[in-house]
Design a protein around this ligand. Structure first.
Ligand code: MSP
Length: 540
């Protein structure tokens, strides 16, 4: 079974922002990690293009909704290309194949008796595309999330009989690991315990949506349509748009990664829809936290939105990936602080990790004929740095599998610190001056070079470009962790950022995670800093 992983399908009401970039970068790290572990990965992202919010945005811009969606979804594609996101599927909910899947799915739900007509009254937030539960009684309520007035709605809609699924959904959300992290699981359990109500799945007189077959004047509610994008995305480009076929291409999803704002849709509504259609449920839903900037919510009105395109141009992908994944406990809210961003990148990547490699290759080249020194005692499995490297690799794997990016990054930092400490204690620059110490110095340098190689290999899912530069400084090939070597509708057009050849038949990183693989005598390239320091003299 492939490992199917999804980001949310982003609304195209605006260009991409740091929030969507954060989710997508995190998923990319997961996808790369899983590929290196030997999994076939189906990594899905895309755009959610229907609904009133999009229709209004297009109108305001004086464009047809389709022209607007074409333009904005292209920006998303471009951005992910720049950031070297290794998705092998990109779904747009305005694609004809998607419409066909929605129609087939709806037919199953309707045949199962789960669609009824009803009157929908309530306060609606167009920005959330959601009815709000509580403020029905209030006179002029506004959305707590968007701080915009809610709109009163009263219309006949089609409803999905969610109330029928109370028990199975209660059991599902109580099962360990389905909703993570634990704090979010409690939130969902409380919501379900409050009693599930049927929800409306169509809108009347909203032309920008997929028409509901057999119900004139109705279009699908944007969420009913969008969630199904996770399945239509799985179709290969030459597949007929058939629901049965789509699910053989990688359903059920292993993991939906989303922001905490859309947990209910994924952990409650979506599984109930799937149960109704007789389909398998995803294994996990992970709701991460929200990012603020220097302690403030990011928004147009505050003028403090961090533009991922600017961030990419000024800082490069490694710095941003490292900071977001290393500093924010995945699942909790996080704050983007410019000073802390440059401090961490400079300390961790330029100094602790980059400098370790740089100074070690310089010494090795200087004293050992421009190449890798003889390994000597460094090859002993009991060498303290061999033990530390293998232990760091185990910790890294466990943390990545648990989506604890911060712990994963810290295990690598600790390893780099241990190796720096080792160099400082052994002080090869002093030892080299004493006669007869060459073999001992060579072994010490070899061991530290091996640690650097381990670090580069393990850094690959988190910061693939930096990892590739480090490996090249060690005269080694970069690892392929992108989508290039796998099937999927985008695979053919994806190039791996590292420019490396696809991996061997096993395609995993296990063969290079053995101690002592550097070959003594192999030339080491001229050292160049692998990570430029960030010098941010103006606000991003
Ligand atoms: N279109 C729906 C999702 C449909 S999925 C079938 C949607 N789109 S969205 O573009 O509004 O937002 C999607 C996600 O963007 C959020 O759940 C979250 O993952 C991310 N973020 C948006 N703002 C964010 C922050 N400020 N911080 C972190 N992530 C945030 O909802």
């Amino acid at each position: 079974m492939p490992f199917t992983l999804t980001t949310p399908l982003y609304y195209v009401n605006d260009r991409p922002h740091l929030g969507s970039t954060y989710t997508t970068l995190a998923c990319d790290a997961i996808a790369r990690f899983q590929r290196l572990q030997g999994q076939q990965v189906e990594f899905i992202t895309g755009c959610d293009e229907h609904g009133q919010k999009i229709q209004r945005t297009a109108e305001a811009a004086g464009l047809s909704p389709q022209a607007h969606c074409d333009a904005v979804s292209e920006r998303f594609r471009d951005l992910w290309r720049h950031w070297q996101i290794s998705n092998n599927h990109f779904i747009r909910t305005t694609e004809p194949r998607h419409r066909a899947i929605v129609e087939q799915f709806f037919a199953r739900v309707e045949a199962n008796g789960d669609v009824r007509e009803g009157r929908q009254q309530g306060w609606y937030c167009v920005a959330c595309e959601e009815y709000k539960d509580d403020p029905a009684a209030a006179s002029d309520p506004s959305c707590p999330l968007h701080q915009r007035p809610l709109e009163w709605r009263d219309e006949m809609n089609l409803f999905f009989r969610l109330s029928r699924y109370q028990e199975p959904i209660e059991r599902l959300v109580a099962s360990p690991g389905f909703v993570a992290p634990a704090s979010r699981q409690r939130e969902v359990q409380n919501f379900v315990a409050g009693g599930l109500k049927d929800f409306s799945i169509s809108r009347l007189d909203l032309p920008w949506g997929i028409p509901v077959p057999g119900h004139q004047g109705h279009t699908f509610y944007v969420w009913f349509d969008a969630l199904l994008g996770y399945i239509s995305a799985l179709l290969r480009s030459d597949d007929p748009p058939d629901l049965e076929l789509a699910i053989t291409r990688g359903w059920p999803a292993d993991l939906h990664v989303i922001g905490k704002d859309i947990l209910r849709f994924h952990a409650v509504f979506w599984p109930a829809m799937l149960l109704s259609a007789g389909m398998e449920l995803p294994n996990r839903v992970f709701g991460h936290g929200f990012l603020t900037r220097e302690g403030q919510k990011m928004g147009k009105s505050l003028g403090n939105v961090l533009d991922p395109e600017v961030l990419f141009k000024r800082c490069g992908p490694d710095a941003v990936r490292w900071y977001l994944l290393r500093d924010i406990p995945f699942g909790e809210d996080g704050d983007f602080q410019q000073q802390r961003f440059s401090d961490l990148v400079n300390n961790d990547l330029s100094n602790t990790i980059g400098n370790l490699l740089n100074r070690t290759t310089s010494m090795a080249r200087k004293w050992f004929d421009g190449g890798v020194p003889p390994a000597g005692a460094a090859l002993e499995p009991s060498h303290s740095l061999a033990i530390a490297s293998l232990a760091a690799a185990d910790k890294f794997d466990a943390a990545m599998a648990a989506l604890e990016f911060r712990d994963a990054a810290e295990s690598l930092l600790r390893l780099a610190e241990i190796a720096n400490g080792y160099l400082n204690t052994q002080a090869p620059w002093k030892q080299m001056k004493q006669p007869g110490q060459e073999a001992a110095v060579g072994a010490d340098l070899y061991a530290v070079l091996e640690v650097s190689r381990f670090l580069a290999v393990l850094l690959t899912p988190l910061v693939p470009d930096l990892a590739a530069r480090m490996l090249s400084q060690l005269g080694q090939q970069a690892l392929v962790s992108g989508a290039g070597s796998q099937t999927g509708d985008q695979a053919a057009s994806m190039t791996d950022p590292t420019g490396a050849e696809p991996p061997g038949p096993s395609g995993t990183w296990h063969p290079v995670r053995r101690w002592g693989l550097l070959c003594p005598g192999d030339p080491l390239p001229e050292p160049v800093p692998v990570m430029q320091r960030l010098e941010l003299d103006s606000p991003l």
